[in-house]
Design a protein around this ligand. Structure first.
Ligand code: TA6
Length: 294
């Protein structure tokens, strides 16, 4: 079973506006939706859609934590949670206008190692995937030790935590181009190759409409036809899920890469991870081209 662990879960509040977001202006909300959020939850959604057995894990707190668990259950997604006795699970506001998201993410609730340890004990023996930003105050050394001890299938995070994941020997990391630039100074393929040479991790680099690179022993490039993007939020999470699922089916990594970009594009096309269907991913999979990157 896959266990995507969202280190810093959130209630995602998705707001559609009547006009483009402009600082200082009044905006009317035309549609409002709340859902359990954070990258691991999206990974769990996409894995379930593909037919995998999955439980979304996270450390929750307060009323928002209760709400998170209820929202997850309402979607029929299995959850494994530890509740803190203080604080509030954070909220992320996602403002959508014509497919362009503006995200305003709160920092989250701090917690010490003991909550995480309890959670990991409950999830032992399953395929762990570490997802999203770290909770405030979590030392990078503790995150590095987590990777070292738990050997997750992948770590999808950003900034200093992404660098720590590489230093700790994560099997697979999934930066987008901005995250690659943050830690490598460039979003070029050569920068990803240098990280691979230095740290040994495989890198799944998501490139939006350009597709993705997989940088491992070999380097693969996947291209997907352009789609009309309804909501790109969470597309990278679905890309990771598609890759992990396909490799778990025994497919070679270049085919897993094709499934990965098909899932990411299908999610963006269909309106996000909650709307993703396996049929759409399968259809796009036929249109994905994978080749060795030079
Ligand atoms: O990838 C989109 C998303 O999963 C949103 O659901 C939102 O909750 C956010 O990412 C959290 O990301 P962060 O990097 O703040 O942990």
């Amino acid at each position: 079973m896959f266990v995507p662990l969202t280190l810093n879960p959130a209630i995602d509040r998705i707001l559609r506006l009547d006009q483009p977001l402009q600082p200082g202006e009044l905006h009317r909300v035309t549609e409002r939706r709340e859902q359990a959020g954070g990258k691991g939850v999206n990974v769990a959604r996409a894995l379930r859609t593909l037919g995998a057995e999955v439980t979304a894990a996270g450390v929750l707190a307060g009323f928002n934590g209760q709400k998170f668990a209820a929202l997850l259950a309402a979607e029929g997604l299995a959850g494994q949670h530890v509740f803190l006795d203080r604080g509030e699970t954070r909220e992320c506001q996602i403002v959508l206008r014509e497919g362009h998201p503006t995200e305003i993410n709160e920092a989250g609730v701090p917690h010490d190692a003991s909550a995480l340890e309890r959670l990991l004990t409950a999830c032992a023996g399953h395929t762990l995937v570490l997802c999203g930003s770290l909770p405030p105050g979590m030392p990078l050394e503790a995150f590095g030790a987590l990777i070292h001890q738990q050997a997750p299938a992948a770590a999808d995070t950003s900034g200093p935590a992404l660098r720590t994941a590489l230093e700790a020997g994560a099997a697979l990391v999934k930066p987008n181009e901005a995250e690659l630039r943050q830690i490598a100074g460039s979003a070029e393929l050569e920068a990803a190759r240098r990280l691979r040479e230095r740290f040994g991790s495989r890198l799944l680099v998501t490139r939006g409409a350009q597709g993705a690179w997989l940088v491992g022993q070999e380097t693969w490039e996947a291209r997907v036809p352009r789609v009309d993007v309804a909501n790109p939020v969470g597309a990278g999470d679905c890309t990771l899920a598609g890759f992990l699922w396909a490799e778990a089916q025994g497919l070679p990594e270049q085919e897993a890469l094709a499934w990965a970009v098909a899932c990411g594009s299908a999610s963006a096309l269909q309106g996000g991870p909650t709307a993703l269907t396996r049929q759409a991913a399968e259809e796009l999979r036929q249109a994905v081209e994978v080749s060795r990157a030079r």
